[in-house]
Structures are given as C-alpha cells and as structure tokens.
Design a protein around this ligand. Sequence first.
Ligand code: ZN
Length: 87
Amino acid sequence: MEKKVIRMCAVCREHKDRSELIKIVRESSGKISVEKDKRTNGRSVYLCYSPECLNKAIKSNLISRTLGAADENIYEEIKLAQNKREN
Ligand SMILES: [Zn+2]
C-alpha cells in the first residue's frame, strides 16, 4: 500500500499530498533548486502547483526568506516544473 505523505504549501498553508506540491530544497552546497531526486537533504519548502501561489511566493520573496539568498532563476525553475506537470 502506498503511504500518503502530506505536506503544507508555504504560501496558502493548505495541506496536500506530496505529489501535489513542488519541493524546493537548499542543498548542502548552498544551491537552491527544485528537488529532482528524492535523496536531497537539507532545508526545504513546498509550494502548490498553482500560479497564484507561485506569484505570491515571488512577490513576498518567499524562497530567499525561508531558505536563504536564492538565484532569480529559482522562480523560472519552478515555472518550468509547473508547465511540465500541466502538459
Ligand atoms: Zn498554495
């Protein structure tokens, strides 16, 4: 049986299944990126796949506030992850 993993979106604070959220991690090197393999350890935040939550995250500079200074590219990376899912 598959175990349900529930995580919270850092923007709207809704609890959702792990598969419904994008995980952004801060790697030990300090690089902040969208998690690609499940073994990445370190601090992380979850975001909905909704454009509203992404826009709010950009406006409030959520990633930098929670994980530390992030590249502007991180938001592009999140957008790409969203588009991939929608297609
Ligand atoms: Zn959300």
